[in-house]
Ligand binder design. Structure first.
Ligand code: HEC
Ligand code: HEC
Ligand code: HEC
Ligand code: HEC
Ligand code: HEC
Ligand code: HEC
Ligand code: HEC
Ligand code: HEC
Length: 428
């Protein structure tokens, strides 16, 4: 790691396993070990005064973790600004090994590469991957390799490499800010993952909101996103079902397993002859799918332990079962709809989208010239189905039923009607 950091411009890093705490334990004077340059602060006091005042509010300023410790010391005046280096999670991990390792093992760390590998995962696909806006404004939470960072720097994209600062924003890096559900709000909202809207409208979120307003006492119990997803401050964020709510192994329920298999085919994970393909490999590597029952159960168990701080286990178990049941229900509706559209392709009534060689519709293919029936199908999967099960898991009946299941049932009706008309027009 020392070499990587030096390559990124940290000229005098002293790398010691364990970081800051090890130094303190060893009684080593900090000034000698860290690359502390007082002149950064002095000059930036007038150049960017509010960065300095935020930094002064942070615990870092009290522990001499100053500008040059994070940004290196290549730059020292207004003429060489481009030499100041962006900060990567490796830099934070030097001193915060536990959080860094947990973060790296979790799903957030995969966000960058999942985005690049599966550009049409959200039903409302955005136009481009270029520049640090659109997809990247959220997916920048993912860790990037030194090679990618170098490329981004060459392209002039100087910042957005730090991952950790999406919850602990710079330069205060407060723990308290990251503990609030609002820390997740910017990214976890929108058409296919409106967790903020669902949570803040649920009893959980409402109670927490009233606590923040000071109406309810500070000790009132009310879970935040972090209570359920970062139990005990664990930075390894991961859930049982994940975003797409599909599993490779579905034991027991044959009807559900068949519906789920149809969805996996519509996600384009198999060749026409039924063999797992390259996309399946990517999904496995990026941890998009839960591969075994055991893998799924491990996360479920973790979640239940969290609920049981405030609820009885059996209450919580029943509630989570309702979420699974909703996935089952929506999968059956979804599979019906997919088969209707696949049937239209097969019978030559609906022309297959350009370049598509699959017998099934492909949810991950960009919709270049979508027909209404395909648009409805995509929306049924990417918006209504998401809202239905996410709404149950986040105790929000409006999302689960009005925006979720109800919309799905209506969409299936419309798809059937449209297919009927298309067949009639084609004369069969
Ligand atoms: C003599 C004044 C001066 C000193 C000393 C100085 N800086 Fe700067 N720094 C600037 C100016 C001016 C800018 C450009 C600000 C702008 O674009 O508005 C800048 C920009 C930066 C940036 C942003 C770079 C970018 O690409 O946007 C960082 C990070 C930074 N400085 C860190 C440091 C660190 C760390 C040190 C000490 C090693 C330091 N500065 C010392 C004047 C200084
Ligand atoms: C604990 C590490 C850390 C310390 C200490 C630190 N920074 Fe930063 N700084 C960051 C991170 C992280 C970013 C965002 C990087 C990214 O987005 O890739 C950043 C970004 C910046 C930027 C560019 C973004 C902007 O908002 O303009 C400037 C300028 C900057 N820092 C100046 C400073 C100065 C001046 C100091 C000292 C008073 C300082 N930093 C201390 C971590 C640090
Ligand atoms: C040189 C070592 C060092 C580096 C590098 C460093 N930190 Fe820290 N960090 C510390 C120390 C020391 C503390 C204070 C610990 C204490 O007082 O308990 C701290 C505290 C924190 C806290 C807790 C703040 C609070 O309000 O309680 C957070 C969050 C944090 N750092 C995040 C980061 C992030 C994110 C980065 C990278 C952008 C980073 N740190 C880089 C040493 C470092
Ligand atoms: C900067 C944007 C951003 C912020 C802020 C953010 N997330 Fe995420 N989160 C993402 C992205 C992007 C993914 C998808 C990553 C992937 O799976 O590749 C994700 C995935 C997740 C998952 C995924 C679960 C799974 O198993 O697939 C959970 C749970 C989660 N985030 C919880 C949180 C919580 C809790 C917070 C606030 C403490 C938070 N996130 C803050 C962007 C963000
Ligand atoms: C507003 C923030 C935001 C934007 C913009 C965004 N995403 Fe996401 N993305 C997320 C979140 C949050 C998740 C995880 C949702 C969940 O688990 O419910 C996610 C999930 C994903 C996943 C699935 C990862 C997994 O493991 O399940 C992929 C792939 C993805 N996004 C790609 C993209 C692409 C490509 C774009 C641009 C076209 C994009 N995203 C734009 C926030 C965003
Ligand atoms: C009371 C606990 C609880 C709270 C509070 C909570 N979640 Fe969840 N979350 C869950 C459960 C349960 C699941 C489904 C877990 C599974 O797959 O079995 C879930 C799933 C997720 C997922 C994966 C996709 C999905 O929605 O099913 C993301 C992303 C997520 N939550 C983010 C958040 C964010 C962001 C917040 C705060 C705005 C939040 N959650 C608040 C319990 C909670
Ligand atoms: C998804 C949001 C999120 C991201 C991303 C994130 N953190 Fe945190 N972090 C939190 C939360 C929430 C807490 C408070 C945990 C608790 O309640 O103990 C926290 C606490 C911390 C603390 C204080 C620990 C303590 O007990 O005092 C440090 C240090 C820290 N994080 C470092 C990091 C580093 C380093 C990264 C990047 C590798 C990072 N965080 C990324 C949400 C996040
Ligand atoms: C920090 C405490 C806390 C945690 C953790 C927690 N809850 Fe809650 N939950 C509450 C409180 C408080 C209420 C509001 C009780 C009421 O409505 O009377 C509530 C209400 C609910 C409700 C609505 C019940 C109703 O009567 O309308 C459901 C469903 C629920 N929780 C499920 C869960 C699940 C599932 C988990 C774990 C994933 C969980 N909760 C985790 C505190 C918690």
């Amino acid at each position: 790691m020392a070499r990587e950091l030096r390559k990124l411009g940290f000229t005098k890093v002293c790398v010691l396993a364990g970081g800051y705490n090890e130094w303190v334990k060893a009684g080593l004077p900090l000034e000698k070990k860290w690359n502390i340059k007082k002149e950064c602060v002095t000059c930036h006091e007038s150049v960017t005064p509010e960065i300095v005042s935020d930094w002064r509010l942070s615990k870092h300023s009290r522990k001499e973790v100053s500008c040059s410790v994070c940004h290196g010391d290549y730059h020292s005046s207004e003429d060489d600004v481009e030499k100041a280096r962006p900060v990567t999670p490796d830099r934070c991990t030097l001193c915060h090994q536990i959080q860094g390792d947990q973060f790296t093992a979790g799903k957030h760390a995969q966000a960058w590469y999942a985005m690049r590998a599966l550009p049409s995962a959200h039903w409302k696909s955005m136009s481009s991957l270029e520049g640090l806006k659109d997809c990247e404004s959220c997916h920048r939470i993912g860790i990037k390799s030194p090679r990618i960072i170098k490329k981004l720097l060459e392209k002039g994209v100087g910042f957005g490499m730090a991952s950790c600062d999406v919850c602990h924003t710079r330069h205060t890096f407060f723990k308290r800010e990251a503990q609030q559900p609002q820390a997740c709000q910017t990214c976890h909202n929108g058409a296919d993952h409106p967790q903020w809207a669902m949570y803040s409208g649920s009893k959980h979120g409402v109670r927490h909101g009233l606590k923040q307003m000071g109406v309810l006492p500070e000790s009132t119990s009310a879970p935040t996103c972090q209570t359920c997803h970062m139990e005990q401050g664990d930075h390894e964020v991961r859930t049982a079902w994940g975003f797409l709510a599909v599993r490779l192994e579905m034991k027991g329920d044959k009807e559900w397993a068949a519906a789920s298999r149809t969805i996996l085919r519509a996600l384009g994970l198999f060749d026409p002859d039924g063999k797992p393909n390259r996309r399946m490999k990517v999904m496995k590597r990026r941890d998009v799918l839960r591969q075994t029952d055991a893998d799924w159960k491990k996360e479920r168990k973790k979640m239940l332990v969290g609920c049981s701080r405030c609820h009885s286990i059996s209450f919580a178990e029943q509630e989570l079962n309702k979420g699974d049941f909703m996935i089952r229900k929506t999968d059956l509706l979804m599979a019906d709809a997919i088969r209707i559209v696949a049937g239209l392709y097969k019978d030559g009534i609906l022309e297959r989208p350009e370049g598509d060689t699959q017998p099934f519709p492909d949810f991950m293919a960009p919709l270049k010239r979508p027909r209404s029936i395909e648009l409805k199908l995509w929306r049924m999967f990417g918006e209504y189905r998401m809202r239905a099960f996410q709404g149950v898991f986040h105790s929000n009946p409006t999302y689960a039923f009005w925006h979720g299941l109800g919309e799905m049932e209506q969409a299936l009706c419309e798809i059937k009607e449209m297919a009927g008309l298309l067949r009639k027009n084609a004369g069969n």
